[in-house]
Design a binder for this molecule. Structure first.
Ligand code: DI6
Ligand code: FE
Length: 406
């Protein structure tokens, strides 16, 4: 057996198998052609493995985890909303700010005013912050353009981030994030535009593989959501949904029945709807950063989902309004402290379950033979440290497609 690189003197949190973290102390991992070619206890390595490896990396006792996956972000945007943070602290609610022309629509104005280069330049430092925290796969949604040209502009910026940075960036089309000001009072007409013009162009140009909708009283109704999800499916696109963030709109059940990859937020999910998610294998994506910033008190029904065996992914929801969080490990810590997840559940939530929320579970999310060699090397004593510590970064470096990135 010949390897391009062989990683030795390390501990592995493979996130595979039944043991917590899939822990393998004193492990080794071999990579060939960008994929994991061997993983196991060091003493079981074939005798000539080191001699036959092009590169041998002695990790001096570091831990390797799968590369972290942030499966729900709105990281591409222009401008800032720090003033809304100030307004909320003076008593205004997120809904009041949105109804007064702030909120998502204020970022829409900034995004429309920015050209592609400016949008790229403003988004890049945020991507780098994610990368510095061990993220190797990052989903990014459109949704601040809200007209054909600007939604496509956002998706092209997302594609450029994928091409010009070392991490894997996965685009999602969120044309139905909010009703733009020029369609005020005519939301069905805007849904027409999404379905008849935006979706065919997005699919035709291969700009996104999945479609999301903000199903909410301040977003799109259940009927409008259904129209968009069905149109997406007809074009062969995967679907996911912002559901039950501020109210129980019954979006999660609708999405799960439409084979959604994931339903995201879920603070107001009815316990009675949990079995549908379990039955349909739909991932629940938890976004504790938005819960935290909005001072929400209603928690997602974690215990019911855990009992029903629903996969729970964790993500930052990185966005300028409700979750200016650019660290996946902070989201993991919040999921522990605010939602009561265990550190092991949170690491699963940013690897295995996040991969599933993106439909990439066959290829990403665990350290297993045949999967893409995306992993992170950490100076930690145990995998629980990743969710335990706030501040600083124990990341030594990450590897994408078998290649070390900065
Ligand atoms: N839910 C959220 O938390 C973000 N989008 C959404 O649908 C908020 C986005 C923003 O306020 O800019
Ligand atoms: Fe979101």
């Amino acid at each position: 057996m010949r390897f391009d690189s062989l990683w030795v003197n390390c501990h592995l949190a493979t996130m595979a198998g039944d043991r917590e973290y899939g822990v393998m102390r004193n492990g080794a991992m071999g990579v060939r052609d960008g994929r994991i070619a061997w993983v196991g206890p060091a003493q079981e390595l074939p005798k000539d493995a080191e001699a036959r490896a092009t590169l041998v990396k002695d990790l001096s006792g570091a831990w390797i985890t799968p590369g972290l996956i942030d499966c729900h972000t709105h990281l591409v945007y222009a401008g800032t909303r720090a003033h809304e943070f100030e307004m909320r602290l003076k008593g205004a609610s997120y809904q009041e700010i949105a109804e007064a022309g702030g909120g998502i629509v204020s970022t829409v104005r900034s995004v429309r005013a920015a050209d592609s280069d400016a949008l790229y330049a403003q988004s890049l430092p945020r991507l780098k912050a994610m990368m510095a925290g061990g993220v190797t796969t990052l989903e990014i949604k459109s949704g601040y353009g809200l007209d054909v040209a600007n939604e496509l502009k956002m998706l092209r910026v997302i594609r450029r981030l994928n091409r010009e940075t070392p991490i894997r960036v996965i685009p999602t089309f969120l044309g139905a994030h909010a009703v733009p000001p020029e369609f005020k009072g005519r939301s069905d007409d805007y849904v027409d535009l999404v379905v008849k013009e935006m979706l065919p162009q997005v699919a035709g140009q291969g700009l996104a593989g999945a479609v999301d909708v903000f199903c909410e009283t301040i977003g799109f109704s259940l009927e409008q959501t259904e129209r968009i999800l069905q149109a997406a499916e007809e074009l062969g696109l995967c679907v996911k949904l912002h559901a039950e963030q501020l109210s129980d709109s019954k979006g999660a059940v609708l999405a799960a029945r439409n084979n959604a990859l994931s339903v995201d937020h879920l603070e107001y999910l009815d316990v009675g709807d949990v079995p549908v998610l379990a039955k349909r294998g739909c991932v629940a994506v938890l976004l504790p950063g938005a819960f935290y910033y909005l001072n929400e008190t209603q928690k997602p029904p974690i215990q019911a989902m855990r009992k029903a065996g629903v996969s729970m992914a964790i993500s930052t929801d990185a966005n300028p309004g409700t979750s200016p969080v650019f660290s996946i490990r902070i989201a993991m810590n919040m999921a522990c402290v605010l939602f009561g997840l265990t550190p092991a559940e949170t690491l699963k939530g940013v690897t295995v379950d996040a991969a599933r929320a993106l439909g990439r579970q066959d290829d990403l999310g665990t350290l297993e033979i045949g999967k893409t060699a995306d992993f992170a090397v950490w100076d930690i004593d145990s995998p629980a440290d990743l969710a335990y510590q706030l501040g600083g970064s124990p990341l030594r470096y990450s590897v994408v497609n078998g290649r070390k990135i900065a």
